[in-house]
Design a protein around this ligand. Sequence first.
Ligand code: PLP
Length: 374
Amino acid sequence: MPKLFIPGPVNVGDDVLKAMGTPVIPHRGKGFEELYSRVQDKLRKVLYTKNAVFLSTSAATGLWESFARNCCAKKALVTMCGAFSDRWYDVFKLNGKQADKLQVEWGKAVTADMIASALKKGGYDCFAMVHNETSTGALSRIAEVRAAIDRVGHPALLMVDTISSLASADYRHDEWGVDVTVGGSQKGLMLPPGLSFNAVSAKALAAAETAKLPRSYWDWRPMLAANATGYFPFTPATNLLYGLDAACDMLLEEGLDAVFARHARHAEATRTAVTAWDLEILCSDPRAYSGSLTAIVMPEGHDADAFRKVALENFNMSLGQGLTKVAGKVFRIGHLGDFNDLMLMGTLSGVEMALGLAGVPHKAGGAQAALTYL
Ligand code: PLP
């Protein structure tokens, strides 16, 4: 089995695996209500929200679709700054919604000024963006975006994809005035893929009441009604909820500030290594550096996928590929989730050895530079 050094799904630790091995319980019985209520409370802490939080046993893409169906009555403005945010636009269009693109250079963050002027064009009831763009390693500042939306007095719902930032970078659903947050299990939450979740403001819930698109599985209303009694309208992934319960305990015991600081430190150590190798970091704005991953540009004439193959074949090390328009040009190192200094040093040493074996031009000493930094 390859070991995962990709920006999610992450390697899952023993405590979480053990919790998921709990025998399956009936999802309409008493034990389930206790489990789900407990998990929702913990998830609210992780999301820094007192609003409604609900889970879906789907990939996070399902909840993108549920946002388009429940909240978008008129037109969405969608930022396009990488492979994941680009997909957002398609989700709106394929669900029969009007949408406009706000193009942002790959490797840069979405800034407040861009949004304020784009929203002024008018007609939007939704603005959707990705907090941490996993294809580029650029993190946008949601609090500044919120302030810009308020400055121009725009009523659009703010929807934020936190799939690769939640529980890795500071994120505050209520304080930052986000209407809908979408998260996933397979990254900072330290679980296998399969669970996604929403935190939803009262304003977004009101929009869902009057939305006109047909909805069935993605209708928030039956979900919220069942959740209010501690249950799901459908059969949930009970054992993933046990895992989430254990993972939230780990995060809350470590303390969220310490979790964010750990990610930032590992990211800085990784960038120290990349700089010492004399390679280029795809994210070109130091204010936007991601704590979850680092995307690295291959030197001209060298194929990132051929390099990744060398790492896999020699060290059983699965590195993240370049996505869509940077395919073959970029590889990505994930340093998120249940991760420590030892794992990071293994990662960086493996990358340095693979760079040598693959004949990629670089300077030696990146792993040593990271070790010194740590
Ligand atoms: N958004 C971001 C930022 C992601 O990193 C990913 C997956 O890596 C997705 C969305 C899609 O998530 P899923 O594959 O769970 O639908």
